[in-house]
Write a protein that binds this ligand. Structure first.
Ligand SMILES: Cc1cc2nc3c(=O)[nH]c(=O)nc-3n(C[C@H](O)[C@H](O)[C@H](O)COP(=O)(O)OP(=O)(O)OC[C@H]3O[C@@H](n4cnc5c(N)ncnc54)[C@H](O)[C@@H]3O)c2cc1C
Length: 473
């Protein structure tokens, strides 16, 4: 139960219309993306200005009430919902959704945290610029959530993670102060880089209310191809060659397993098989340049010819137009979406050094098959940056619940292998609540203590997204 004084002061500060108290209206904010957990709260607030966020946080600090920031609610680690016993409210940023300014000469854009990623991409494009962050949830995730999770996506190999795409931030601190760090500077060596502390902090250190984003020249020419490879190991020289022959024109290099394509063809809408024969592994790759009349097409064709000559590619198709390229990406997107109809799926979002990806997949496949005969691994994703979504569908004839009961056991086996490759158990989705204890298991005591020190220094009352990322002491 929230104190009456807190509720009445809040009503004065933000108005009753920005306070959702009916459980039916609260329900959509509580069901996380994968439906594994359901949150619990008696209040969702929807501020429309940074000042309102500040007023809310000050009242929460005064009454020691937790605050869970929520953006587009597409996160995959249960970071955006309060759990029973957290004594926390949800602060939705959906109404903080203005694009404040765009400066094409400076290649920057100032946006509020509730702006939908796709809206930002479109606005940049209207000014002949590119905001390169791109991921499957871009139609509903918000830039505040992207920044809070340091989102990755399909263009990291060329443009980096969200961390590399943010020049400045505006943040409401856990005491309710507003830090205006909206500096649109390429160079700024004036002490600790506080924005980098907030990027990837998953709402545990403050609420991001606005950001200065880095824009790039808009690509004028693009080449997209799907290539079939015989052995997983062939992906490495293929990537190496692409880096040598296409240089920084290479933007995406994604791994697709045959089983994922089969799931997509079976359950997806409008999905087509790009290559006639069947192979175990495929690469979806894209290159782009921002100048007109480039020789990208020739470069790409030379690249493909060399790859065929070396026997690293068995078959391939180069998109002839935008709609064919879109159909390749539709296939890729459906690999994520079409696991659900195949029953239970135990998921991992891992990274290892790029050159270790094939060895990791082989070792992990062997280990999980030994543990659960009939298990169906379908590792896919951002091979170009070493990030694989190592997802495991249940054996066809197994009960879903029985299979999912193995979730933690399987995680441990897979994460031990990741650890042995000096990899990460969360490459781009973050830690949230789901991976909190697993993260503590693998990180050194020194690293955990440093993170705890930062949390305590900035949020001594522990009100910002309680129970997420940092273990409860
Ligand atoms: C189909 C699909 C594909 C996906 N593909 C990718 C992918 O390729 N790469 C990738 O990185 N992720 C991917 N994701 C995961 C997800 O979309 C990203 O994590 C995204 O960045 C979350 O943004 P959001 O606005 O939905 O945040 P939410 O889910 O609302 O919140 C995520 C976390 O950020 C915190 N937070 C949100 N807003 C703020 C704020 N303003 N200030 C402080 N903290 C805040 C929340 O408390 C929570 O801890 C995918 C998800 C789906 C469903």
């Amino acid at each position: 139960m929230l104190p009456q004084k807190f509720l009445s002061d809040l009503e004065v500060a933000i108005g009753v219309k920005a306070m959702i108290t009916n459980q039916d209206d609260i329900a959509p904010y509580m069901i996380e993306q994968r439906g594994r957990f359901i949150g619990q709260t008696s209040l969702v607030v929807t501020p429309a200005t940074t000042q309102e966020v500040s007023d809310i946080v000050k009242l929460c600090a005064e009454h020691s009430i937790g605050i869970v920031p929520q953006g587009g609610h597409t996160g995959l680690v249960s970071g955006g919902i309060p759990f029973a016993g957290d004594n926390a409210i949800v602060l939705s940023t959906s109404r903080l959704n203005k694009i404040r300014t765009i400066d094409p000469t400076n290649n920057t854009m100032v946006v509020e945290s509730g702006c939908i990623l796709q809206t930002i991409q479109e606005h940049a494009a209207q000014h002949d610029r590119l905001f390169p962050l791109s991921l499957g949830a871009e139609g509903s995730c918000q830039i505040g959530g992207n920044i809070a999770t340091n989102a990755g996506g399909i263009n990291v190999i060329r443009y980096g993670n969200t961390r590399q795409l943010v020049l400045g931030l505006e943040v409401v601190t856990p005491t309710g102060e507003i830090w205006n760090g909206l500096r649109a500077l390429q160079k700024d060596n004036t002490g600790y880089d506080l924005k980098q502390l907030y990027i990837g902090s998953e709402g545990t250190l403050g609420i991001i209310t606005a950001a200065v984003l880095q824009l790039f020249p808009k690509p004028k020419e693009q080449q997209t191809a799907v290539l079939a490879i015989k052995e997983l190991e062939d992906a490495l020289p293929l990537l190496n060659l692409a880096q040598s022959m296409l240089g920084d024109a290479l933007t995406s290099f994604e791994l697709l397993p045959r089983i994922g394509i089969d799931f997509s063809l079976k359950h997806g809408q409008g999905v087509v098989d790009p290559i006639e024969g069947q192979y175990d592994w495929y690469i979806l790759m894209e290159a782009s340049v921002a100048i007109t009349h480039s020789n990208l097409k020739d470069l790409f064709q030379n690249y493909l010819e060399t790859a065929f000559e070396k026997n690293w590619v068995q078959d391939g198709v180069l998109a002839q137009n935008k709609s064919q390229s879109d159909s390749f990406w539709l296939l890729r997107e459906n690999i994520t979406l079409c696991q659900k109809p195949e029953g239970g799926s135990i998921k991992h979002d891992i990274s290892v050094p790029v050159s270790s990806v094939p060895a990791f997949i082989k070792t992990a496949n062997e280990a999980v098959r030994k543990m659960i005969p009939g298990i169906r691994p379908h590792p896919f994703g951002h091979l170009g940056d070493g990030n694989i979504h190592y997802n495991l569908s249940q054996p066809i004839d197994m009960n879903k619940e029985d299979y999912l009961n193995h979730w933690e056991e399987v995680n441990r086996i897979v994460h031990d292998i990741v650890h042995s490759f000096n990899g990460s158990i969360s490459a781009e989705h973050g830690i949230g609540r789901v991976k909190r204890d697993e993260n503590q298991y693998y990180k050194s005591a020194v690293e955990m203590q440093l993170m705890q020190n930062i949390k305590t220094a900035l949020d001594p009352k522990g009100i910002m997204n309680p129970g997420k990322l940092i273990p409860v002491s």
